[in-house]
Design a protein around this ligand. Structure first.
Ligand SMILES: Cc1cc2nc3c(=O)[nH]c(=O)nc-3n(C[C@H](O)[C@H](O)[C@H](O)COP(=O)(O)OP(=O)(O)OC[C@H]3O[C@@H](n4cnc5c(N)ncnc54)[C@H](O)[C@@H]3O)c2cc1C
Length: 473
């Protein structure tokens, strides 16, 4: 049965609800490779019944209250740049598109914080912050085509995650509409607050627990100069060992990014680089930055990694936002690598002790099915690191490619879990990884998440089928 949209339309300002066929079609999917592939061959994801272009927290609350009363499923959407199907619509659902909520509310240069509406995109946020000498510290990837709400809901990471981790570390205040329409306002606080930190509940929640409408983020100063270096390790494994040593000794570079030989060959295809590469960047203004930069070079020698100068690192930094254009080229209508080709990115993380095992086993599992597999380590921590594998499946036709892709994911996820890794670091679970996430969480973990969801979204209307495995009856 179609939702009774008339009663929603009359509660919201004119022009807020759209049922225009072109508009609803554009809100059917995100950038999940499988949905893009099906789209390209004309098997479109069924569009939602309507799109609500919410302009305020009140509009979101009104829509969610209506959805609860009428039993209508709701899918929150930032910019739709997710690659796991998290913003994929459901037939007869209403998509809440937050793109009109794109105002920067306040920049506090004393506290170094910024308050924003949820759909501010990275490019405009960075531009405004830059006028005050500030920046979003962790430098989110694909930031020009994604929103703050999406970053929080998917726990995004970025180019400077070596220093700043994920959005989790930046989030200090949050406003969210819960599944019953109630508005929850938390912080901003640098730390603390009564009881468990409820803000953290929304990091990685993928629209299943509430709809984020505003956030306050901690920001950092823009470096006036960067100190770059590129090192050539003997192997990915020895480069990873060097990164571990660097972080455990207390060095604090902004950027520590290790590319395996295949990733480096792809990134630096015009520069003729061969072998793995470790890119290092320090904030030149940070205390002892020059000394750390120098010592890191010296330490590199102990691990068989020699400096090859700053060029590769600078080249990567200048081109770091271009991956999304390449992805769109391959998976979008242009199909630049031809039909029967799927490109995807797998994100995982584990402790250092297990990392060589994780790298080898996941790479091996993907190579059994993919034409190319490349890997980067760009979010290192003192205790472990995240790995991102980009893989390209090529088959005789799209149907075969889909089958191979699904097998590749299943076997790679099994390898991740066997190696003690996670199936979701910063790209979300979406639709793609629900069974793998359930396996990782185990029955008690899945049941705990389901109970939290039931408490915050009693009718189960928020982003059904994503992230949280359905309860077992
Ligand atoms: C080529 C490419 C490369 C990428 N590389 C990276 C990367 O390296 N690191 C990284 O972190 N990400 C990466 N991404 C993924 C993507 O950009 C991030 O997941 C981003 O955070 C999604 O933001 P969005 O606004 O587009 O969210 P959407 O895609 O619209 O939504 C993502 C999820 O969050 C939910 N959601 C969105 N907004 C809200 C809200 N306000 N309240 C509640 N739930 C909400 C949605 O329902 C969905 O489940 C990449 C994407 C592409 C296409």
């Amino acid at each position: 049965m179609d939702p009774p949209l008339e009663s929603l339309i009359e509660r919201l300002p004119p022009g807020t609800v759209s049922t225009h066929p072109g508009e609803v079609a554009m809100h059917a999917r995100d950038r999940w490779a499988l949905a893009m592939l099906r789209d390209a061959r004309g098997e479109r994801v069924p569009p939602p019944a309507a799109v609500v272009f919410a302009g305020s927290t009140e509009h979101v609350s009104t829509t969610v209250s209506w959805a609860r009363e009428t039993g209508t499923a709701v899918v929150p959407r930032g910019a739709g740049s997710g690659i796991t199907g998290g913003a994929e619509a459901i037939r007869r659902a209403v998509v809440i598109d937050l793109s009109r909520m794109d105002r920067i509310l306040a920049v506090d240069d004393v506290s170094q914080t910024v308050a924003v509406q949820a759909a501010v995109k990275g490019a405009s946020l960075q531009a405004t912050l830059a006028t005050k000498g500030l920046s979003i510290g962790y430098d989110p990837d694909a930031s020009d085509l994604s929103t703050v709400g999406g970053w929080i809901a998917s726990r995004s990471a970025g180019s400077a995650s070596a220093a700043f981790g994920t959005i989790d570390q930046a989030l200090i205040g949050l406003t969210a509409v819960l599944g019953d329409g109630d508005v929850l306002r938390l912080g901003p606080l640098p730390a603390g607050g009564p009881g468990p930190d409820l803000r953290r509940l929304f990091v990685g929640s993928e629209g299943t627990l509430g709809i984020i409408t505003e956030a306050v983020l901690a920001v950092s100063r823009v470096p006036r100069q960067y100190l770059w270096d590129s090192l050539k390790p003997n192997s990915f494994e020895s480069g990873a060992a060097l990164i571990r040593e660097v972080l455990q000794r207390g060095f604090r570079p902004l950027v520590l990014r290790l590319l395996d030989a295949e990733e480096a060959a792809f990134q630096f295809r015009d520069l003729g680089h061969r072998g793995a590469a470790l890119l290092v960047g320090f904030d030149g203004d940070a205390p002892a930055a020059a000394a750390q930069w120098f010592h890191l070079r010296e330490l590199g020698k102990e691990f068989g990694a020699r400096s090859i100068g700053p060029e590769l690192a600078k080249h990567w930094w200048d081109h770091r936002q271009e991956a999304s254009g390449w992805h769109e080229g391959v998976m979008g209508p242009a199909r630049t690598l031809g039909a029967g080709v799927i490109v995807d990115v797998l994100d995982t993380a584990c402790l250092w002790r297990r990392l060589p095992h994780l790298y080898e086993d996941v790479r091996g599992a993907l190579l059994d099915h993919a034409e190319t597999v490349r890997c980067r380590l760009s979010s290192p921590y003192p205790t472990g690191a995240a790995l991102h594998f980009t893989f390209v499946v090529r088959a005789a036709d799209d149907h075969e490619a889909e089958r191979v892709y699904e097998t590749a994911w299943k076997e790679a996820a099994a390898a991740i879990l066997a190696a003690g890794g996670t199936v979701a670091y910063d790209l979300g679970v979406g639709l793609l990884k629900v069974p793998f996430a359930a396996e990782e969480l185990g029955p008690a973990g899945s049941a705990a998440l389901q109970r939290i969801k039931a408490a915050l979204d009693p009718e189960g209307i928020l982003n059904q089928g994503k992230l949280v495995p359905p309860p077992q009856n």
